[in-house]
Design a protein around this ligand. Structure first.
Ligand code: P6P
Length: 334
């Protein structure tokens, strides 16, 4: 039977079941997936409704918020209110942890999310996305605290993102494999298109914002110099470069054709640990990349071994094709 005649009302639920995911975790992930479907409509409508501009506020990071940042944040929070197994959430757009009022007394999960990564791309009609991470806590009948969440950062049981581009794509893992689904806009259901994505071990494509070259650590400068020297240099191959302004679009490319994505620490005030936040940008993308056979590092150490010290702590990020990431990591080790 061709795809367009099959019933895809529950491809995501079926895939989660096939991964052996417990019903409580599925019941946590499916509302997030539904939020992605609703955000697709909100993003599509924003231009006609004049909602692609600034909201006139800044987030906890001091970054200007777009109207869609706030709209999408509210959409995710509303869907999370239905998740009885989620005790709290952490959002890029809100300083403190957000308790979930309808949660069961010992609800074990915390959802960390960036509702709209790359929102500066909205006004240029470029790719944006929602990133999410599910952490499992050990609960003991008391209200969840920031320390509980930070202590559970390494107990990440699911991660994913929804990319709003020419198609709305959902990339999801619960630790065994990485699946890709594409939204059928007619039926409003995600269709499974790839069930075990792998990142190519080799690449000839790097992704970094080269405007910050003067702020880079020596290891980053040395690595990019190797790429730029191309065939006539030690690597003896030519590279190309991509930088989309939305981490999740650059990360998605890793799953499609390999590559290395780098947002390093920068030697300028406020960027000593780079720009990307651990709980809802680095940690989820690191899980996805590692499950797909890639590497995910903060300099010589892996991202997922990091113990965060704050809900919005920034960390340097190096993700991608394992043989390429190893070249950069070796520069930090020697
Ligand atoms: P720069 C978007 O604001 C973001 O957090 C990431 O999605 C993206 O990779 C990065 O910032 C872009 O930062 O410094 O190049 O503008």
């Amino acid at each position: 039977m061709t795809k367009d005649k099959e019933n895809h009302t529950n491809d995501v639920a079926l895939w989660l079941n096939g991964q052996g995911v417990c019903s409580d975790l599925s019941a946590t992930l499916l509302p997030i997936v539904n939020a992605g479907i609703e955000i697709t409509d909100a993003v599509l409508a924003a231009s006609l409704e004049g909602k692609t501009g600034a909201a006139g506020s800044v987030n906890v990071q001091g970054e200007e918020q777009k109207e869609l940042d706030i709209i999408t944040n509210d959409i995710v929070l509303r869907h999370l209110e239905d998740c009885r197994q989620v005790c709290a959430s952490v959002s890029e757009e809100i300083d403190e942890l957000i308790p979930i009022t309808n949660a069961d007394k010992n609800a074990p999960y915390v959802v960390c999310f960036d509702p709209l990564d790359g929102s500066s791309n909205i006004e240029t009609n470029s790719i944006i996305g929602t990133i999410f991470s599910v952490l499992q806590l050990r609960r003991n009948n008391r209200p969840v605290t920031e320390a509980d969440i930070l202590g559970a950062a390494n107990n990440q049981v699911a991660a994913g993102y929804v990319l709003y581009g020419p198609t709305t794509s959902l990339i999801l893992t619960t630790g065994k494999s990485v699946a890709m689904f594409v939204l059928d806009c007619k039926t409003k259901h995600f269709v499974l298109v790839q069930s075990d994505m792998k990142i190519l071990p080799e690449t000839a494509e790097f992704s970094i914002n080269s405007a910050y070259t003067r702020f880079w650590e020596p290891e980053i400068f040395a690595y990019v110099d190797l790429c730029i020297k191309g065939k006539s240099g030690p690597r003896q191959k030519d590279y190309t470069m991509r930088w989309s302004g939305a981490m999740i679009a650059d990360v998605h490319r890793l799953f499609i054709r390999g590559g290395i994505f780098i947002y390093p620490s920068l030697n300028k005030p406020g960027s000593e640990n780079g720009k990307l936040r651990f709980l809802y940008e680095a940690n989820p993308t690191a899980m996805l990349v590692e499950v797909a056979g890639g590497l995910a590092h903060m300099r010589a150490d892996t991202i997922r071994a990091h113990q965060p010290t704050g809900l919005h702590q920034r960390v340097p990020v190096i993700l991608g094709s394992r043989n390429e990431v190893k070249i950069l990591i070796d520069l930090y080790r020697h």
